[in-house]
Design a protein around this ligand. Structure first.
Ligand code: BMA
Length: 329
């Protein structure tokens, strides 16, 4: 490659950051402060994980998956000055209904937050009549959240928006699934002219060997780079002790994101630290958000660990893209 791959986007000088520890040769390295959100940060929470954060008014805001002490899956809004220390509302997020048929909130989990044009969109796994599909809402201030139409019919999970229109239309990745703990799953691409009607569905990628052999699902909002959309995604292996959730990365074509340029054969991160291996669901790393600084190429990746706590890891975009190129399937 003749030039250094870079992020196409805004600078974020206050991105949370720690240099790669001495002696570490991994392309993605964990924060020494993990887990950054403990499971009991707010009185109502049993666990806080698989959560999404974005830059907001010079600081940070986010939507967090907090399972409550009844073990119901809830979404909570949060704020932070530095992306590390968070203040979460103890009460779950309530949606203002915008449609003619108000949606009852039954459960919500695995939120993603994505700035598009003039607002922050929140997508999540939303129960419609009790079955999972992709909920859609938007907010301007992380105080009031307006719920719109679900993107798809049940059963679907891991709905992840692109941060700008592609070919003149909004774009979303998702993972059609089933009513249970889905033992299959591939990543698909869909387009919408208006964020209500979704179609022109395209297959992006299927399961592959090893860590990504049972199912795969998009993670954070795709990151626009000079080499394509950088997609960090989770992959699941079925071991004799159950599912193991790891994460890898792919590069998707900028104009036709359903076309995979390359994708990693090895994982970038798998459950290895105690807080990833021990918790309510052992052996899970589940990325849902990434902060990026286009000026330095720094990426801060937020991921849930063991369905219990929220963690942070770091990488440099040029090193990650070199890794994808030299470890491609
Ligand atoms: C998936 C989702 C995730 C969770 C994972 C492991 O189906 O429910 O929220 O992290 O299972 O339990």
């Amino acid at each position: 490659m003749s030039h250094k791959p870079t992020i196409i986007g805004l600078a974020l000088p206050n991105i949370p950051w720690e240099d790669r520890p001495a002696g570490c040769s991994d392309v993605l390295w964990r924060s020494a402060r993990n887990p950054i959100l403990p499971r009991n940060l707010i009185p109502s929470s049993n666990s806080i994980f698989n959560s999404a954060v974005v830059p907001f008014e010079g600081k940070f805001a986010g939507v967090f998956r907090c399972d409550d002490k009844r073990r119901n899956m809830q979404l909570h809004a949060g704020r932070s000055d530095d992306g590390i220390h968070w203040t979460l509302k103890n009460e779950r997020l309530e949606f203002v209904q915008t449609g003619d048929e108000p949606f009852e909130f039954i459960y919500g989990y695995d939120p993603r937050v994505c700035w598009i044009e003039d607002r922050y969109y929140v997508t999540w796994c939303n129960a419609y009549g009790g079955w999972p599909t992709i909920g859609v809402s938007y907010t301007y201030d992380f105080e009031t959240f307006y719920q719109t139409e679900n993107a798809f019919l049940p059963y679907n999970r891991n709905g992840v928006l692109f941060p700008r229109k592609v070919g003149g239309r909004y774009a979303m990745l998702s993972r059609p699934s089933d009513r249970g703990h889905t033992p299959f799953g591939d990543i698909y691409y869909s387009e919408s002219p208006d964020m209500v009607y979704w179609g022109r569905h395209r297959e992006v990628m299927r399961t592959a060997g090893g860590w990504q052999s049972t199912k795969i699902g998009a993670g954070p909002t795709p990151i626009e780079t000079t080499e394509g959309w950088l997609l960090i995604y989770h992959g699941v292996l079925t071991s004799c002790n159950g599912f193991v959730y790891s994460a890898g990365a792919a590069l998707l074509d900028l104009d036709q994101p359903w076309k995979v340029i390359r994708r990693t054969a090895p994982y970038l991160i798998s459950p290895q630290m105690l807080y990833e291996c021990v918790g309510d669901v052992p052996n899970v790393v589940f990325p849902c958000a990434a902060l990026t600084d286009a000026a330095t190429g720094r990426i801060a990746l937020y991921y849930g660990a063991a369905d219990t706590v929220t963690c942070l890891a770091f990488c440099q975009v040029d090193e990650l893209i070199d890794f994808i190129n030299s470890n491609s399937m």
